[in-house]
Ligand binder design. Structure first.
Ligand SMILES: O=P(O)(O)OC[C@H]1O[C@H](OP(=O)(O)OP(=O)(O)O)[C@H](O)[C@@H]1O
Ligand code: HPA
Ligand SMILES: [Mg+2]
Length: 179
């Protein structure tokens, strides 16, 4: 496992401090509003669990599962909904929580779908942003870390469903996905 990783990009303490800051910001911005926080499975599961515990206002949570990466480091471009929300977003303020925005294709698809369902607003919170790889323009409201164009794993992020449980964010060695 350790031998598959090139270097640690974001350490556990740095993540913790950033998540706390994002939680505080979200709590301030949505005070007095009806907020539904939507975690995008599976990648966002760890970030979502930590983030919502730093939010100090009442919220509801729900999850959607979508997938466009399999055993690859490039988006297939086809975003599939594997699990939809359990509730309506009509007239609710919606905050999408993602682990990473890379090509932007997943987020663009999600924002379009959710906006078509009549929410009061749709905003986006991501832990990681890899702007060099964008294939489509997307707006991000809350952003943890801007990262370089490298494939990363850990803290929810996978390669071929592995490494999600790592506490920190690592760059994956290229030989792992080129072999
Ligand atoms: O900006 P993009 O290029 O669309 O990439 C970002 C998306 O890719 C990953 O999901 P993935 O399809 O790997 O599913 P997973 O969360 O279950 O790993 C990640 O969790 C984001 O949802
Ligand atoms: O760098 C990444 N790592 C893991 N999953 C991802 N999905 C898009 N980009 C990435
Ligand atoms: Mg993935």
């Amino acid at each position: 496992m350790q031998q598959d990783l090139k270097n640690c990009l974001v350490g556990a303490n740095e993540i913790k401090a950033k998540v706390k800051k994002l939680g505080e910001q979200i709590s301030r911005d949505y005070a007095g509003k009806d907020l539904l926080v939507i975690g995008i499975l599976k990648g966002a599961v760890i970030f979502m669990a930590d983030l919502i515990r730093e939010i100090t206002i009442p919220i509801n949570i729900d999850f959607m599962a979508v997938s466009s990466y399999g055993a690859t480091t490039e988006s297939s471009g086809v975003v599939r909904i594997l699990k939809d929300l359990d509730q309506s977003v009509e007239n609710k303020h919606v905050l999408i929580v993602e682990d990473i925005i890379d090509s932007g294709l997943t987020l663009k698809y999600l924002v379009e779908i959710l906006k078509s369902r009549g929410p009061a607003s749709v905003k986006v919170c991501t832990l990681l942003d890899k702007p060099d790889r964008r294939k489509t323009e997307v707006h991000v409201d809350y952003n943890g870390f801007v990262i370089p164009d490298e494939f990363v794993v850990g803290y929810g992020l996978d390669y071929d469903e592995k490494y999600r449980h790592l506490q920190e964010i690592y760059v994956l060695k290229e030989e792992i996905y080129h072999s």
